[in-house]
Design a protein. Structure first.
Lengths: 379, 215
C-alpha cells in the first residue's frame, strides 16, 4: 500500500501481523488469532486452536462407559451438566434404557439452571470485553447461588459427574426445590435490572449493533447453532423442534434476533437472545417444579454396560449451541469411538469471514458475542 | 426417512450406489460410494424434499482394514437428520486414504475436514487450506488411529519424562486398597503404572486375606 505524507514523499506500508492471544483476556481462553491489520482494520484473521487439546476422544476409547462422564464435564467446564446430558442420552439410546419420570424432571431443572449460569457468565464476561467491569460482579453473585445448589446436590462446584446412565446420581430434596423456586423469582427481577444496566446502555449498544453480522444463510453454511443461529432470525431450538427428555411437556418460547438495535444477526441480537433465554429457562424451571412428583431416580441399568453393536448420533441443546455425540459401540464394555460435535468449534470457523474488514475493537466484540469455550473447541 | 433418502440418491446420483447399513441397534446410516461423495452432498443439499443445508460434523472411525468417514447432515427447515457413511479402504496401517473435499458444498466442512485429517489421517482433495488443526504442524501420526503410538520425542523434548510423573497419582488406588479391610470393594477404572513395592505389598495382603478366609 502507498501513502503520501505532508512533504509529498511516498511511504510504503505493509500489513502488520498481530497475534491476538493465546494469553489474552479477550479471547476467553487459549485462542490465538493471527490478525493481519491494515492500521486499525482487520484484513485477515486466522484462528489457531489446539492449545487446550487434551485427547478427550482418545481417552474415552480406553475407559468404560460410565467413566466417560467426567471427561464430558471437562470439555465445556462452564456448562458441564448440559454436556453430560448429551453423552448419557447417547448411551441410553443405544441401551434402550427407560429413565424414570422424576429423574427426567430433575435433569430438566438442573440443565436449565446450568443454562442460566452459563448465560450469566457470558453476560458478565462480555461486558468486561467491552470495558464495563461491574456487571461481571453482579452476574457472579447470582451464578454463585446456582453453584451453591449444584454443590449441595452433586458435591462439586464446576465438574459434577451428576447425570448418570439411567438417571441422576442424587435426589433433590424438597428444600432444594423450594430454594430453586425462590431463586427463580430473584433471578427474574435481577435479570431485568442487569439487562437495563448493560443492554440498554448507549455505549454498549453502539459497540455491538451493526457489528459482526451473521445472516441466516451464513449461519446455515457454517453450521452455526444456538444463540448465533437464533440471533440471525432462524427459529430453531432442539428442545422445541426435536424434543428430547420431557421438554414437550413445557410451554416456552424460542427467542430470535429481530434487529431492534441495528441489523438482524448482529452482536446485540445474540446478546439479547441469551438474555431472553434466561427468562425462558426460568419459565421452564417453574413448570418443572410444579410437575415434579416423588419416585425413583435411577432406571434399570446393567452393572457392566455393554451396548449392542451399532452407532448413534444424539443432539442436545447446550447453552452455547447444539452438542452432538457420535457414539460407536462394538459390543464391548468400552466405546469404540466417541466423536463430539462441538458448537464452539464450528463457531470459531466463522471468525475469518466475520473478522474481515472489521476494526480490531469490533473483532473483540464479535469473538465475545459468539461465546466460545476453548475447552470445548479443542476437547 | 432413510429409505426415502436411499431411493432419492439412487435416482439422482446413480454412481452413488446408496444402501442402508444393517445394524443391531441405534441409527441407520446411508452408505454411499466414496467417489461420488461430492455429488451426493450437492444433491442432498439442493433437493427440495430434504434440504440438508447444514453439515453438523464429520466423524472418522478407524478400523483395521478401512476408515469410515461419517457426514452428519441436518436440515433445520425440514427438520431431518441423516448419517452419510463412506468407506475408505486402507492398504496398510500407514496409508492415508483420499476423498474429495466437500468445502464447496458447506463452508463448515473446512475446519471439520482439517480435524478429520489431523485425528484420523484422511486426505481431503481440493481443500482450500489443508493442514493440521489441533496438533502442531510438525506432529507425527494421527492420534485417533487405533494403532497410534505416542512419539517418544517431540522437538528434542522427551514426552512424559520420568521425573515429571507423579507416582503418588498412580499409587492412589493401591494405597487405598492397602489401607482398607476389604480391598476387593475398592474398584475404579484407574489403572496406572503401580510401583513394584506397592504391587508386591498388595499381593502379599491379598494372599494373606485369602489364606485367612480359607482357614
Amino acid at each position: 500500500m502507498e501513502f503520501v505524507n505532508e512533504s509529498q514523499e511516498k511511504i510504503k506500508s505493509d500489513l502488520l501481523t498481530v497475534n491476538m492471544g493465546p494469553q489474552h483476556p479477550a479471547t476467553h481462553g487459549v485462542l490465538r488469532v493471527e490478525i493481519k491489520t491494515d492500521s486499525e482494520i482487520v484484513s485477515e484473521a486466522i484462528p489457531h486452536i489446539g492449545y487446550l487439546h487434551r485427547c478427550m476422544e482418545k481417552h474415552s476409547e480406553s475407559i468404560d462407559y460410565r467413566g466417560v462422564i467426567p471427561f464430558c464435564d471437562r470439555m465445556d467446564y462452564l456448562a458441564a451438566m448440559s454436556m453430560e446430558w448429551g453423552y448419557v442420552q447417547a448411551v441410553e439410546k443405544l441401551l434402550e434404557t427407560e429413565v424414570p419420570e422424576r429423574a427426567e424432571y430433575i435433569r430438566v431443572i438442573i440443565a436449565e439452571l446450568q443454562r442460566i449460569a452459563s448465560h450469566l457468565l457470558f453476560y458478565g464476561v462480555y461486558a468486561i470485553d467491552l470495558g464495563a467491569f461491574s456487571p461481571f460482579l453482579y452476574a457472579f453473585q447470582d451464578r454463585e447461588k446456582i453453584l451453591r445448589i449444584f454443590e449441595e446436590v452433586s458435591g462439586a462446584r464446576l465438574l459434577y459427574n451428576y447425570f448418570w446412565i439411567g438417571g441422576v446420581w442424587n435426589d433433590l430434596t424438597d428444600d432444594h426445590l423450594r430454594r430453586i423456586g425462590s431463586f427463580c423469582d430473584e433471578m427474574e427481577e435481577n435479570m431485568k435490572k442487569y439487562h437495563n444496566l448493560v443492554g440498554m446502555n448507549k455505549i454498549f449498544r453502539d459497540r455491538t449493533s451493526h457489528v459482526g453480522v451473521v445472516n441466516e444463510k451464513m449461519a446455515y453454511e457454517y453450521g452455526a447453532t444456538g444463540a448465533v443461529l437464533r440471533g440471525s432470525g432462524a427459529k430453531w431450538d432442539l428442545r422445541k423442534n426435536r424434543t428430547y427428555g420431557i421438554y414437550d411437556k413445557f410451554d416456552f418460547d424460542v427467542p430470535v434476533g429481530t434487529g431492534e438495535m441495528g441489523t438482524q444477526g448482529d452482536c446485540w441480537d445474540r446478546y439479547y437472545v441469551r438474555v431472553r433465554e434466561v427468562f425462558e429457562s426460568i419459565k421452564i424451571i417453574r413448570q418443572a417444579l410444579e410437575g415434579i412428583e416423588a419416585g425413583p431416580i435411577m432406571g434399570k441399568v446393567p452393572k457392566i454396560i455393554k451396548p449392542p453393536k451399532g452407532e448413534v448420533y444424539v443432539r442436545t441443546e447446550c447453552p452455547r449451541g447444539e452438542l452432538g455425540y457420535h457414539l460407536v459401540s462394538d459390543g464391548t464394555a468400552k466405546p469404540y469411538r466417541l466423536k463430539v460435535k462441538s458448537s464452539c468449534f464450528t463457531h470459531v470457523s466463522m471468525l475469518p469471514e466475520l473478522g474481515k474488514g472489521q476494526m480490531i475493537a469490533d473483532f473483540v466484540a464479535t469473538i465475545g458475542s459468539i461465546d466460545i469455550v476453548l475447552g470445548e473447541v479443542d476437547r | 426417512m432413510s429409505n426415502e433418502i436411499v431411493d432419492f440418491l439412487n435416482k439422482e446420483v446413480p454412481t452413488s450406489n446408496a444402501k442402508l447399513l444393517e445394524v443391531e441397534a441405534g441409527d441407520v446410516p446411508v452408505v454411499v460410494e466414496a467417489s461420488s461423495i461430492k455429488d451426493v452432498c450437492f444433491a442432498l443439499r439442493d433437493s427440495s424434499d430434504f434440504k440438508f443445508e447444514v453439515l453438523q460434523v464429520i466423524s472418522g472411525v478407524d478400523y483395521e482394514d478401512r476408515i469410515e468417514v461419517n457426514y452428519m447432515l441436518a436440515s433445520f427447515t425440514k427438520n431431518n437428520e441423516v448419517i452419510v457413511k463412506v468407506n475408505l479402504p486402507k492398504e496398510n496401517k500407514d496409508s492415508i486414504p483420499e476423498i474429495e473435499s466437500v468445502c464447496d458444498v458447506w463452508k463448515s466442512a473446512n475446519f471439520l475436514e482439517r480435524e478429520t485429517y489431523d485425528m484420523n489421517g484422511v486426505k481431503f482433495l481440493n481443500h482450500p487450506d489443508f493442514r493440521r488443526i489441533l496438533c502442531p504442524d510438525d506432529w507425527e501420526g494421527h492420534p485417533l488411529r487405533k494403532d497410534y503410538v505416542v512419539q517418544e520425542k517431540y522437538l528434542d523434548m522427551v514426552v512424559n519424562p520420568e521425573h515429571k510423573i507423579n507416582q503418588g497419582d498412580f499409587d492412589f488406588m493401591t494405597k487405598a486398597k492397602l489401607e482398607s479391610d476389604e480391598p476387593k470393594k475398592i474398584t475404579g477404572s484407574w489403572k496406572g503404572h503401580v510401583s513394584d513395592e506397592m504391587a508386591d505389598a498388595l499381593k502379599r495382603k491379598m494372599d494373606s486375606l485369602a489364606a485367612a478366609k480359607s482357614e
